[in-house]
Design a binder for this molecule. Structure first.
Ligand SMILES: NC(=O)c1ccc[n+]([C@@H]2O[C@H](COP(=O)([O-])OP(=O)(O)OC[C@H]3O[C@@H](n4cnc5c(N)ncnc54)[C@H](OP(=O)(O)O)[C@@H]3O)[C@@H](O)[C@H]2O)c1
Length: 283
């Protein structure tokens, strides 16, 4: 079994010495808090992101000597970046893999480029598929290991963000749930969990254009809330983790009310069609 009890143990280092974790997107937001929490629990970390300076600064802060996290500078939207990560994963399969790197586009789908949409799919979907495929056989043969794939509450309905983003997160949820419950993983000692955060105060919402007056305050979570809840759910062996009661309720609503009802409450931040048609025809 995956021994994650180290994460909430009063003496975490006693139980997690020698355990390894790889975290993608570890330089800010949720990934950074995962890194801080796992470093404190005694994990040997490998941190992955595009920014080498940020990775080095975080590694230096989180540990010294042989406790200093390894870093991998990789753009997971490129073949080269994913290959570098896969090489590291297959050379030393970690006890815990957190596929956290992901983003949304600021442009609504009709006005983005196909290349940008495909790059988003490479990071949010392709990389999750390939890293999971790379580590699962070894985890299964060891009889231990865990994979956390970060999806989103948006996975339950394309009612937020007029882009490929909610579709990519629906894939992460469906893939994680079906693989976690497959005959190959049942009783294997290997866990997979999809983490579905709601709106969380990180760099992500700003980058994805999800700010403004349409965002009620009660909808915001902190990265600390999300990561604490995720690690608790991982210990409990949950397949799906939805941090906070409000988002668990909202997810039930999204799943069970007819689409015709839920889509009326959509938070669509795309530019209204009339405005874009007017802009396109002006001049
Ligand atoms: N915040 C929310 O409201 C929210 C809600 C639901 C789900 N999520 C999901 O939570 C996950 C983490 O997001 P966050 O909110 O923590 O965002 P964030 O603060 O923007 O952090 C994203 C991390 O991913 C890395 N990253 C982005 N693109 C990358 C690429 N192409 N290759 C490698 N690394 C890349 C970034 O580092 P570099 O820029 O240095 O590469 C950064 O470390 C994402 O999967 C996101 O979809 C977030």
């Amino acid at each position: 079994m995956f021994h994650s009890s180290a994460l909430s143990s009063p003496h975490p280092e006693a139980t997690s010495v020698g355990r390894t974790a790889v975290i993608t997107g570890a330089t800010s937001g949720l990934g950074l808090v995962f890194a801080e929490r796992l470093a404190a629990a005694g994990y040997h970390l490998t941190l992955v992101a595009r920014g080498t300076d940020a990775l080095n600064a975080i590694a230096a802060r989180l540990g010294h000597g042989d406790r200093r996290p390894h870093i991998i500078t990789a753009d997971l939207g490129t073949e080269d970046g994913v290959s570098r990560l896969l090489e590291a994963l297959t050379t030393a399969v970690p006890d815990l893999l957190i596929n956290n790197a992901g983003y949304g586009l600021a442009e609504a789908f009709p006005y983005s480029t196909p290349a940008d949409e495909q790059t988003l799919l490479r990071v949010n979907v392709g990389c999750v598929l390939r890293t999971t495929h790379a580590v699962l056989p070894m985890m299964i043969s060891r009889g231990a290991g865990a994979i956390v794939n970060v999806a989103s509450v948006a996975a339950y309905g394309p009612v937020w963000l007029a882009s490929t983003y909610p579709a990519s997160k629906s894939w992460v949820l469906a893939f994680t749930e079906s693989t976690a419950r497959s005959a190959q993983l049942k009783g294997s000692g290997v866990r997979m969990m999809a983490l579905l955060p709601g709106y969380t105060r990180t760099a992500f919402p700003q980058r994805a254009g999800m700010t403004g007056p349409h965002m009620p305050q009660w909808m915001w979570l902190t990265s600390e809330q999300v990561v604490s809840s995720a690690l608790r759910d991982l210990e409990r062996g949950r397949t799906i983790s939805i941090p906070s009661l409000r988002y668990r309720i909202l997810s039930q609503v999204l799943r069970h009310l007819p689409r015709g009802v839920t889509t009326r409450f959509s938070l669509d931040r795309s530019v209204p069609r009339e405005e874009t048609v007017a802009a396109a025809t002006a001049g």
